[in-house]
Design a protein around this ligand. Structure first.
Ligand code: MG
Length: 375
C-alpha cells in the first residue's frame, strides 16, 4: 500500500490566463486538464488516494467527471491545502498545481526517492538568463525557480499550517520557515506551469481537443399573467399580458439556457440560478443567458448553434423572429444565422391552444474550445 496521497490543486481562477476558458478546463482530447494530469501521473506511480481541490462552485461539475475524491478549495492556495489535508492520512503528501500538465516520471522519481530523509522535497529549475536585481547582477547558481509537485511529510505540513498563519506561496517555503529540512532536486521544463494560452502547445504529453460536437435540449413553460411585460428571446413583445415567474419570465431564454447547459453536461437552470434566490427575483433573463455563455466558455466549450421553437397560440410572433435571432446571437457572441427561432401554434390543443401560456423547446450544439488553433 502506498504511503503517499496525491493532492491536485484545481481551484484557481486563471486570472493570468488570456482565454475565457479556465485553464483547468482546457480539453486534452475529451479530458479536462486536471483529469488528464491525474490520469497521467497515476499511470506511472501508485498513490494511496488522489484528492482534487476544486472551486466551491464547481465541485459538482468535477464530481460529474470523476470518481476520485473532490473537495472544495478556499480563497488562497494555502486554504485549499488546509482543506485537502483533512482527507490525507498517509505519511507523505505530494501536492501539485494542475497547470503542470506533463510532470515527467524521472522528475517524480527524484522527488520520491529522497522522502525518508527530508520534511519537504521540491523540484526547481536554474535560470538560463542573466538576472539583475536593483541594478546588480545576481549569481545565477544561487537562483532557484521553484516548481511543483512537492512532497511533504504530512504531519510536519499540518503542524506548520496550524502554527504559522502567514501566507506562503508553496509548501517548501512554509516548511523551511518552520525549521523543516528541505531538499531541492532537479525539476523539468515539461513541468512548467501553463500561464498563457500559447504555452500549452509546447508541452510534450498532450493532444489537441476532440473535434466532437455535443448537443443539448431544453424545455420550459410559463403561464400568462395579466398586466406584466412580456419578454421572449430578449425582446419586449406587445401584449396585455406577460408571464408568471420569479424572473422576468422569458420562457424562450430559459429553454435555451437549459439546452446550452445540457450540451456541456452542466445540469439545469435551477442549479445555477435557483428561483429561491432573491438575486434572481424579476431578473432580466438576458443577464442569465449572458452568465450561461460565460459558464459554457469557462468550462471549455464554444457555442456552435441553437434552434428555438416557441409554441404559442397568442400573441403572434412572426414579426419578431428576426429581431429575436439577432438579440440571442448578440448575447451568445455568435453569428445570427447560427441562431434559429421558430414559432408554431398547437392547433388549439392543450394549455397552449387554450391560451393559458407558452411552451418553448430549444436545442443547442457546442464544441470544445480549440486551444491548438492560432487566433
Ligand atoms: Mg422558466
Amino acid at each position: 500500500m502506498s504511503d503517499t496521497t496525491l493532492v491536485l490543486l484545481a481551484a484557481g481562477n486563471s486570472t493570468r490566463f488570456s482565454k475565457p476558458v479556465k485553464k483547468q478546463w482546457l480539453r486534452i482530447e475529451e479530458k479536462p486538464l486536471w483529469e488528464h494530469l491525474a490520469d497521467y501521473i497515476t499511470k506511472y506511480y501508485s498513490f494511496h488516494k488522489v484528492v482534487i481541490v476544486a472551486n466551491p462552485q464547481e465541485v459538482e461539475v468535477f464530481r460529474s467527471v470523476t470518481n476520485r475524491k473532490v473537495i472544495a478549495g478556499g480563497n488562497e492556495r494555502q486554504d485549499s491545502i488546509i482543506n485537502a489535508l483533512k482527507e490525507v492520512e498517509t505519511e507523505f503528501v505530494l501536492i501539485s498545481d494542475v497547470a503542470r500538465a506533463c510532470i515527467p516520471k524521472d522528475m517524480l522519481k527524484r522527488i520520491i526517492e529522497k522522502k525518508e530523509y527530508y520534511d519537504c522535497i521540491v523540484p526547481y529549475l536554474k535560470t538560463p538568463d542573466t538576472t539583475v536585481l536593483n541594478g546588480e547582477v545576481l549569481d545565477r547558481d544561487n537562483i532557484k525557480l521553484i516548481q511543483t509537485p512537492q512532497l511533504s511529510r504530512t504531519a510536519f505540513l499540518k503542524n506548520a499550517l496550524k502554527n504559522d498563519l502567514k501566507s506562503y506561496t508553496d509548501e517548501s517555503t512554509l516548511i523551511q520557515a518552520n525549521g523543516g529540512r528541505v531538499s531541492y532536486v532537479e525539476g523539468s521544463l515539461d513541468a512548467k506551469k501553463i500561464t498563457y494560452g500559447e504555452e500549452i502547445k509546447e508541452l510534450p504529453c498532450i493532444k489537441p481537443p476532440s473535434p466532437a460536437q455535443l448537443n443539448g435540449y431544453g424545455f420550459d413553460v410559463h403561464r400568462f399573467e395579466e398586466g406584466k411585460t412580456m419578454w421572449l428571446c430578449g425582446l419586449e413583445i406587445e401584449s396585455s399580458f406577460g408571464f408568471k415567474a420569479h424572473s422576468d419570465g422569458d420562457v424562450a431564454l430559459h429553454a435555451l439556457i437549459d439546452a446550452l447547459l445540457g450540451a456541456c453536461g452542466l445540469g439545469d437552470i435551477g442549479e445555477w440560478f435557483p428561483d429561491t434566490d432573491d438575486r434572481y427575483k424579476d431578473v432580466d433573463s438576458k443577464l442569465l443567458l449572458n452568465d450561461t455563455r460565460d459558464l459554457v466558455n469557462r468550462f471549455g466549450y464554444d457555442i456552435v448553434n441553437c434552434d428555438i421553437e416557441i409554441m404559442a397560440e397568442a400573441p403572434k410572433l412572426k414579426k419578431y423572429k428576426t429581431g429575436m435571432r439577432k438579440k440571442v446571437a448578440e448575447i451568445l457572441k455568435i453569428r445570427s444565422e447560427r441562431v434559429n427561432v421558430k414559432a408554431t401554434t398547437t392547433e388549439k390543443l392543450g394549455f397552449v391552444g387554450r391560451e393559458e401560456g407558452v411552451a418553448v423547446s430549444a436545442v443547442a450544439t457546442v464544441k470544445y474550445f480549440d486551444w491548438s488553433k492560432n487566433d
